[in-house]
Ligand binder design. Structure first.
Ligand code: PBG
Length: 326
């Protein structure tokens, strides 16, 4: 074995050209998905206080935004809807004239090549803020499935390219796959939030989407943070039910989970760099405590190194503009 002084690992770190030559992971603009909050109404473009640089847009404000995204060569957006009215069963979620359905049509018109992924979950549409139908004080799994399937179908009918269920009900991938297949949408992929943890890092998102649960919490359906073997079972199930892409969420505190799923399964893997992760970086940058560009690129590179193929991130626009200029 060659050892010091013949071996000097610093030789390959001496210049940027050498470092670039042996670099093992890179963030590519083509890996990024940019989340967008769409609020029902007209003329709305309001910044989310805990997420500087991220806005709620009404559908009529989307063309300018998505043309910019497409110009930056970001391949995909992920839509979250904020309806004007909510009810017990989240009925606005399946409305063909609903906010997400309108947004999908607008985006497909303004930036036809941009991939439109839609979040399939009831929490933004229910008055109680839970991701499923509430019976007593429980979230009823099986009664929720047909609603999720109808919601996914209405997104596909509006023109969505990929549907992304984030509700964490058992059996939803199967229910959605069957609904899409029996209605002529066999070609629409499902990106499943296979492993979504009951995380504190969703706080800013819930402010943005007005989707915080009105009673209790989501621990009866989202995953318990200490567990990772259970994730492998979740992923196995979702793949068996027909998921095309698997997602792990959040990303940063769960890099080990990304790595284990990458080592165990061969399907494309996405990681969601969630709202709280974004808010922490922006807050520290505002204080002058962290270098914005270096910190963000390091975080996203770490998510790639852990094994993610796709990164869903609120940083997508800024990162795309930095990567374009180098
Ligand atoms: C909806 C949903 C949530 C997020 C994505 N889809 C919130 C939640 O589960 O409470 C969080 C995304 C983020 O924090 O950026 N079920």
């Amino acid at each position: 074995m060659v050892v010091f002084p013949q071996l000097r690992l610093r030789r390959l770190r001496r210049t940027e050209m050498l470092r670039a030559l042996v670099r093992e992971s890179r963030v590519d603009i083509g890996d990024l998905v940019y989340p967008i909050f769409v609020a029902e109404g007209r003329g709305i473009k309001e910044e989310i206080p805990s997420m500087p640089g991220i806005f709620r847009f009404s559908p009529d404000q989307l063309p300018v935004e998505v043309e910019e995204i497409a110009e930056l060569k970001i391949p995909a957006v992920l839509l979250f809807g904020i309806p004007e009215h909510k009810d017990e069963v989240g009925s606005p979620a399946c409305d063909p004239e609903g906010v997400v359905q309108q947004a999908v049509r607008t985006i497909k018109h303004s930036a036809p090549k941009l991939l439109v992924i839609t979040d399939v979950c009831l929490c933004e549409y229910t008055s109680h803020g839970h991701c499923g139908i509430v019976v007593g004080d429980q979230i009823d799994n099986d009664r929720t499935l047909p609603l999720l399937a109808r919601m996914a179908l209405s997104h596909a009918e509006a023109g969505a390219d990929i549907v992304a269920p984030s509700d964490m009900m058992d059996g939803r991938v199967k229910a959605i796959r069957e609904m899409l297949d029996t209605n002529g949408f066999q070609h629409i992929p499902i990106l499943s939030y296979a492993a979504k943890y009951a995380s504190a890092f969703y706080g800013p998102f819930r402010e943005a989407a007005e989707s915080a649960p009105q009673f209790g919490d989501r621990r009866s359906y989202q995953m318990d943070p200490p567990n990772v073997r259970e994730v492998l079972r979740e992923v196995e199930q979702d793949i068996a039910e027909g998921a095309d892409i698997i997602m792990i969420k959040p990303a940063l505190a769960y890099l080990d989970v990304i790595r284990q799923v990458r080592n165990t399964f061969n399907c494309p893997l996405a990681a969601y760099n969630v709202s709280g992760e974004y808010a922490m970086v922006k807050a520290a940058v505002r204080q002058g405590w962290l270098d914005e560009r270096k910190t963000i690129l390091e975080i996203l590179t770490a998510i790639k190194r852990a094994g993610a193929d796709i990164i869903i991130t609120y940083h997508a626009k800024e990162v795309a503009s930095w990567l374009q200029s180098v």
